[in-house]
Design a protein around this ligand. Structure first.
Ligand code: CO
Length: 211
């Protein structure tokens, strides 16, 4: 077990290491936030956005929640999306799930996780229902979990595309591109599974014509 004080000691060591390499590092970063990427990832401690993409502080704007969901009543996520798209002008939004996701696995059971977890996981159950025929035909459980993880990422891209935030930016500025990725816990490799560009059309019932 790591004692909590160790985090603060490691932080001091990290900060002084950065200054040794580049004395202006923090001074420069403190005046500048111009990330080109918004990352919507799983809260899972094994999927740290910067580390697995080799990016530095300042390069990725990050939002994480259980099973990387885009829920239209989630004010937290929508605030992050609004700020990233309309103020930081990000060029890419990445929804990154990961194989072996505990949230996805939990949603595939019939266990009562009580209260808010049931509410949250229900969104993944909805994705399962939309793809029941394909998923039910997969016999191996791990393969089924992993396929639902991919389909879940695609559904979250669809949820992004349903927002007026994304539709307005697509129409007026031809950005951002949406990317659905799934990270492999067992090999450290990101699998890019879906993407949507500014010319994408989704089901017309979701498209706003007076943006
Ligand atoms: Co997860």
């Amino acid at each position: 077990m790591v004692p909590i004080n160790k985090l603060l000691l490691e932080n001091k060591a990290w900060a002084s290491g950065k200054l040794t390499d580049d004395p202006e590092y923090f001074e420069r970063l403190s005046h500048l936030q111009t990330p080109e990427f918004l990352w919507i990832g799983c809260s899972d401690s094994r999927v740290p956005a910067n580390e697995i993409t080799g990016t530095q502080p300042g390069e990725i704007f990050v939002h994480r929640n259980v099973a990387n969901l885009v829920i239209h009543t989630d004010v937290n996520l929508l605030s992050v999306l609004d700020y990233a798209v309309n103020h930081l002008n990000v060029k890419h939004v990445i929804v990154c799930g990961h194989y072996g996701c505990g949230g996805v696995k939990a949603a595939m059971t019939n266990h009562d996780y009580k209260y808010v977890l049931n509410m949250w996981l229900r969104n993944i159950k909805d994705v399962y229902r939309l793809h029941r025929a394909e998923l039910d035909s997969i016999e191996d459980e791990e393969t089924r979990v992993n396929r639902l993880t991919e389909l879940n990422v695609r559904e979250q891209l669809m949820n992004l595309a349903k927002t007026s935030i994304i539709q307005r930016a697509w129409r007026k500025e031809q950005r951002p591109h949406l990317h659905g990725w799934v990270y492999g816990l067992k090999n450290g490799i990101i699998n890019p599974v879906f993407q949507m560009g500014p010319d994408t059309h989704i089901d017309p019932i979701y498209e706003y014509d007076d943006l």
